[in-house]
Write a new protein. Structure first.
Length: 106
């Protein structure tokens, strides 16, 4: 089964009320919804097919946890404080596009 990605030009508006939970994303949604209360993992990796709702889900999580989105292009170029401030929660999307792997792992 595959998802049909419709090519509509809609404004990006990621709110929890608009996220559709299905059997394909239920586990990820539950993990995010209960993080960190029922999870002892300090790190999560969310993977899935293109247009499967990953970005929408992490935006919902970011809103709830005040997480900061990291800018891949700034890895290794700015201080940690400038990269994510003093947030305890950070999101790095499109990990496959990281240009500075050494900075990422440090």
């Amino acid at each position: 089964m595959s998802q049909l990605a419709l090519q509509w030009s809609l404004p990006e508006h990621y709110v929890a009320e608009d996220f559709i939970v299905s059997s394909a994303n239920h586990a990820a949604f539950t993990f995010i919804a209960h993080w960190p209360d029922q999870n002892n993992q300090p790190i999560a990796l969310l993977v899935g097919a293109e247009a499967s709702g990953k970005t929408h889900l992490v935006h919902c999580w970011a809103e709830r946890t005040q997480a900061q989105f990291l800018d891949n292009a700034k890895l290794g170029c700015v201080s940690s404080e400038e990269l994510w401030g003093y947030s305890h929660n950070v999101i790095l999307e499109n990990i496959e596009r990281i240009n500075n792997e050494a900075a990422f792992f440090h």
